[in-house]
Design a protein around this ligand. Sequence first.
Ligand code: GLU
Length: 467
Amino acid sequence: MAKNKQAADALLASADGVQNGANIPAVAAPDTIEILTEDETNPPGHTPYDPTPKASAYAVALGQLNRVADFMDLEDDMRLYLRTCQRELIVHFPVKMDDDRVRMFTGFRVHHNTTKGPTKGGIRYHPDVTLDECRALAMWMTWKCALMDIPYGGGKGGVIVDPTTLSPRELEKMTRRYATEISPFIGPERDIPAPDVGTNAQVMAWIMDTYSMHRGYSIPTVITGKPVSIGGTVGRESATGLGITYITRSVLKQRLGRSLDDTTVAVQGFGNVGSWAARTMHERGARIVAISDKFGGIYNSKGIDLRMLQRHMAETGTVVGFNGSDALSNDELLSLDVDVLVPAALEGQITKHNAHRVRATILAEGANGPTTPEADEILADKGVVVIPDIICNAGGVVVSYFEWVQGLQSFFWDEGEVRRQMERILLSNLEAVIGTTTRRRCDLRTAGYIIAIERIAAAMKVRGFYP
Ligand code: GLU
């Protein structure tokens, strides 16, 4: 898999002693697998869980942590503690499909760290989900929540599935069974999931309902990103994209003395995050010149008409073939000469293999982990300003926090209040990050990590290592 290859390269080149995921504990395969034939272990329709530890997103996350730990001279005990995920759950479960046959699915839920509170993080439905990826994503959530100073640790979960291949009924049944399997692991005071790649408000509603049915009463605060009708918050759907816009606008002003007006923007990925980032930047005067999704990309130097594009998407399910635009590959999009590049697809997109081709002035990380540590170095040499994921896309989890708080108090805010509070939290923490870059002479990612790690380490110091 290309993604793993890139991560492997990043890993081998990193000097932190983590080699090929060798220190990632292997997940023991059931003994019985050895005596089964391949057909028996991989019946048609079962996406098998591959327990082989791979060079990985988690290795990239560890590489980032180690670099910052060296830079800030973090104590060994704290480094050891923070590099490890606290709890990891793997579930295998059956679902009766529409054709009446059973298909087995595999899912995960990982809690990276609970020092600051319950864990928080999305649930991903994607064919490439692995335990390793969930570990990395959970760790990134820990830093993101600490940097936003909201009372959570990091978590993440996922199911190995392409949700677009399931019927609505199959998707609901799979979601409800996955929710049942992970239910001992989640809860309003334990771990609060949310949407991520491949999931949405409807999936969150099914999880909330399943969890509530088991308990016998409604527990909306077990999950965020729910529909507003069952205790969701206004402004959650657009929050991640809008947050990217607030942060990018502020960095543009502070670093370049520019506004978003007539700024050229390329967006990789057109799911919830990419589409709301494009739309909210466009509303503030930016020119969206390129967009891609998993099928390909489109380019129009005069700016893409987003309203017409939505119509085209509704008809075809992709941005490809949009009238009045030129076709463009993903690689070409990443190397466009634009003011702002927003990678809003998956992790591991900008690596040592393509970073030297990036010509954007600002790289605003909409996805989690889109840039490897080696790529970071190349981009820094080229003078590209990288706004790291843990601040750039934090609007989503910040508004998730508001949703949880509103649910706990059963008192709901209007959208203006949600946006104001989100902007306040994002921009005050951005100020702290920028202040740290000057004080410690480092880049934005290092500064963000330093603040996050210092906050967690301070909390851990007063709590102490139990027992
Ligand atoms: N999946 C989103 C993220 O990566 C949101 C997490 C949340 O709201 O808990 O930040």
